[in-house]
Every structure is written in structure tokens, then in C-alpha cells.
Design a protein around this ligand. Structure first.
Ligand code: C2E
Ligand code: MN
Ligand code: MN
Length: 404
């Protein structure tokens, strides 16, 4: 079995182009030894490379390539497997697109093909060559600056902490969703904790069977009480609910409305977040309850969007005010072609439907920068603020390093 990796990257502006020839000579030797074949395209600014050969060797070479300082914004476009090589000769060959006619270059690359069946027209790898040469995806190539372009400076002016325990059954940590470039806190999410501040999962582990739904609902009165004590009247507050909590607990929506009012809050400032995968199993019951929430003025968000299998089907039947893109899709998005393609499609879809998007679990400056370039402007994650037990944490706002 052969592994094929295709990536694209950006040549460092400060490296002289003559360095290329030496790179190719060195790579040619290295690849030959490893039984890896490489076809490299260069358009004066961007590289596009196919590597194929034994799995371990291809991965090892790709790893070294990713660490090479002479280029940046390395994005893996494809990783696939095939029975035989497309390009038989191992080593590395460079095609400088500036010296070729666009139409010729593809033919020339295809002529290098050595598989018994020729390079079949609909081969994915070949289609990637075609797309790169035609520059038809170029609007989705986002060039992001290095991580240290921004510094994240905590601002403690809005920090608050509540004294003492609020309840014997649970507590809440609060984490903001922010628009970093507008320097705006969009909402504050209440995350459940045990009374002593242990993680959400620990709190859920203490409950059995259907008990969980009633407890989930009742805990919201603690969230509202704490939000009120933190001075959140008039500001957006997000709470999480299991979708089945609305379906299984009688009069759940009326309970929420009473508790909201009892703590001096209004329905319009509340957003309820539901996890996608649980929604899908009883969609009809769920949409009914959501109608009640919306009729009362409460906003609805779908959490962990893209994390399950039902996400798109869900959107076809029901459109929330906001979706939160799952951390699994966000992780290292700046390096992954497939993640970028999926998230761009989600963004396109939500833009068309006027659904707000936020990205959750941002830990790296590069993840944030890539998503900003793609059109996302609301973020939640450790990069900006960790959840704070019974309080509002400081927010680390990005500032241009050179301005500091
Ligand atoms: P969620 O709604 O997606 O909440 C965000 C979770 O991601 C939180 O975990 C938060 O601590 C974590 N997080 C935030 N930023 C980052 C980051 O940059 N990196 C990483 N690795 N994690 C980050 P937490 O508090 O453990 O909550 C886990 C889940 O439990 C929540 O996910 C939510 O689905 C659920 N949950 C929390 N509170 C409640 C509640 O009151 N009711 C219900 N039904 N579910 C809740
Ligand atoms: Mn949530
Ligand atoms: Mn989550």
C-alpha cells in the first residue's frame, strides 16, 4: 500500500528563490533513499507538493517539511492510499509554473505518470493538481501571520467573584464568548460544576437515569441567581440544557420563565444551548419545545455543531439563532485542508440562513486567525478566557505585538 500526501504552503518572502534549486537537489536525494516520489509545483509564492511512497517514510518526510523554516502556512490537503504509484520514479521533481503555460503544465505532470492505467481523469490527487494550477480555490487560501503577531493581554476590569456557595446541589463557572477584534463580550456561558467546583462531568456522574433531566432544569435557577448576583441584568447569558430536558420534564419552559423573572432577568437576554447529537433522536418533540422557548423570547443555540452525524439534517428542519462549531473541527484548523473545507461550508450555510456562528475551544492564536480570515468573529476558548468558578474571568484581548 502506498500513502499519498498533498500539501500547499507559502514560501517565505525573505528566502531567495535560488534556494529552491538546492532544496530540490537535497530533497531528491532524501526521497530516493526513502522510496518516496515527490512532485513539487511552485508559482513564485506558493508551493504545492505531492509525496507518495511507503506510509512511514511519507509521514516522516512530511513532518520534516512542516518544520522547515523556509516556508509557512503549510496546509495538508489530502492524505490518501493507493495500490500503486502515480509517479513511479522516486526522488523529487520541481515544476516552476512561471516557466510553463498553464495548460501544458498539467499535461507535463500527467506525462510523468507511470501507473498502468495512466493517471485516471477523476483521480483525487490529479484533481488537486488541476485546482492548484487553475487557481480556482485561491480565495480560500488564507495567509495568516505567525502566532507571535498578536499578544493576548488580560484585562481585569470586568472581573467579578461571588463570595460563598450558592447552592448545595451545584455551582457554575462562567466563560465569555467574545468578538476579539471588536473588543466586545458577546455573551457569558454558565457551565455547571459540583458545589465544590469539580468539572461538569463529575456533576452529571452523581445522577442516575431520568433524574438527570429534572436536575439539569432545576440547576438553571442557580445559574440565574448567580448571573443576577454577578450583575448581568441586561447582558446576554447562555445556559446549557440537555434537549430531552425540555421534552421529559413537564412544564420545563414555564419553570425557566419563572426562574428568569424571579432573578430579575428577562427572557430576551437568555440563550439556551443544546448539544446537536441528542437533538436528532427525537427531533419532533424537540422542535415543539423550542417553539415554546422562542415564543417566550429566549434565544436558541446548537452546541457542538459538526460533532455528530445529524448536524446538517438538523439544520434542514430547524434553524437556531446561533451555532457553536465543535472543538474537534477547530483543532489545528490552520493546518488541515479537510477541516477548512468543512468549516467554510458551515460558514457559507449559516451566512445564507442568517445564523450566527461562534467557534469554541480556541487554544491557539493560529486557529483564531484562520477563523477570522474565514469570516467567524465570535470565539470562546482558553486563548481568551478560561471558565471561572462563581465569577467572571479576565479576558485576554489580542493586541498587535508591534503596537505594545
Ligand atoms: P460546552 O457547552 O461546549 O462548554 C464548553 C466546554 O469546553 C466547557 O467544558 C469548557 O470548560 C470547555 N472549554 C472552553 N474553552 C476551552 C478550550 O479552549 N479548550 C478546551 N479543551 N476546552 C475548553 P465543561 O465546563 O467541562 O463542560 C462540558 C460540557 O458539559 C459543556 O460543553 C456542555 O455541553 C455540558 N454542560 C455544562 N453545563 C451544563 C448544564 O448546565 N446543563 C447541561 N445539560 N449540560 C451542561
Ligand atoms: Mn455550551
Ligand atoms: Mn464542548
Amino acid at each position: 500500500m502506498l500513502t499519498t500526501i498533498i500539501y500547499r504552503s507559502h514560501f517565505r518572502d525573505y528566502v531567495p528563490v535560488t534556494v529552491l534549486e538546492d532544496m530540490v537537489v537535497a530533497a531528491n536525494e532524501k526521497n530516493s533513499k526513502a522510496g518516496v516520489s515527490g512532485i513539487l509545483l511552485f508559482n513564485g509564492k506558493l508551493f504545492f507538493q505531492l509525496l507518495e511512497g511507503p506510509d512511514e517514510n511519507v509521514r516522516a518526510i512530511y513532518q520534516t517539511i512542516c518544520e522547515d523554516e523556509r516556508h509557512h502556512n503549510v496546509v495538508e490537503l489530502m492524505c490518501d492510499y493507493s495500490p500503486s504509484r502515480r509517479f513511479g520514479k522516486s526522488g523529487m521533481e520541481l515544476f516552476d509554473l512561471r516557466t510553463y503555460d498553464r495548460h501544458e503544465v498539467l499535461q507535463t505532470v500527467m506525462d510523468k505518470g507511470t501507473t498502468r492505467f495512466q493517471l485516471i481523469y477523476n483521480d483525487r490527487a490529479l484533481q488537486f493538481f488541476r485546482t492548484f494550477v487553475a487557481e480556482s480555490e485561491i480565495e480560500n487560501y488564507f495567509e495568516i501571520p505567525p502566532a507571535d503577531y498578536w499578544e493576548f493581554i488580560p484585562d481585569s476590569t470586568s472581573v467579578r467573584t461571588l463570595p460563598g456557595r450558592y447552592s448545595e446541589t451545584c455551582s457554575f463557572a462562567f466563560q465569555p464568548i467574545i468578538d476579539p477584534l471588536a473588543r466586545e463580550r458577546v455573551t457569558l456561558e454558565a457551565l455547571i460544576r459540583t458545589p465544590s467546583g469539580e468539572p461538569a462531568q463529575r456533576w452529571f456522574d452523581g445522577l442516575q437515569g431520568d433524574e438527570i433531566y429534572e436536575a439539569d432544569l432545576k440547576s438553571k435557577s442557580v445559574a440565574f441567581a448567580m448571573a443576577s448576583a454577578l450583575g448581568l441584568a441586561g447582558q446576554s447569558l447562555s445556559v446549557n440544557l440537555l434537549p430531552m430536558t425540555l421534552v421529559k420534564v413537564p412544564n420545563a419552559v414555564s419553570y425557566l420563565l419563572e426562574e428568569i423573572a424571579a432573578h430579575g432577568l428577562v427572557p430576551e437576554q437568555i440563550v439556551v444551548e443544546f448539544t446537536e447529537n441528542e437533538v436528532i433522536s427525537r427531533l419532533d418533540d424537540f422542535t415543539c419545545s423550542v417553539r415554546e422557548l422562542k415564543a417566550a423570547g429566549i434565544g436558541v443555540a446548537i452546541d457542538h455543531f459538526g460533532g455528530g452525524f445529524g448536524g446538517l439534517l438538523l439544520l434542514a428542519q430547524f434553524q437556531p439563532d446561533r451555532i457553536k462549531i465543535n472543538r474537534d473541527l477547530i483543532r489545528d484548523i490552520h493546518k488541515s485542508g479537510p477541516r477548512q473545507a468543512i468549516v467554510l461550508a458551515i460558514i457559507k450555510c449559516c451566512t445564507t440562513l442568517e445564523i450566527l456562528i461562534s467557534a469554541v475551544g480556541i487554544e491557539k492564536a493560529e486557529e483564531w486567525m484562520w477563523l477570522e480570515s474565514a469570516g467567524v468573529s465570535q470565539f470562546q476558548g482558553h486563548l481568551f478566557a478560561r471558565p471561572q468558578l462563581a465569577g467572571i474571568p479576565a479576558i485576554a484581548w489580542p493586541e498587535r505585538t508591534e503596537d505594545i
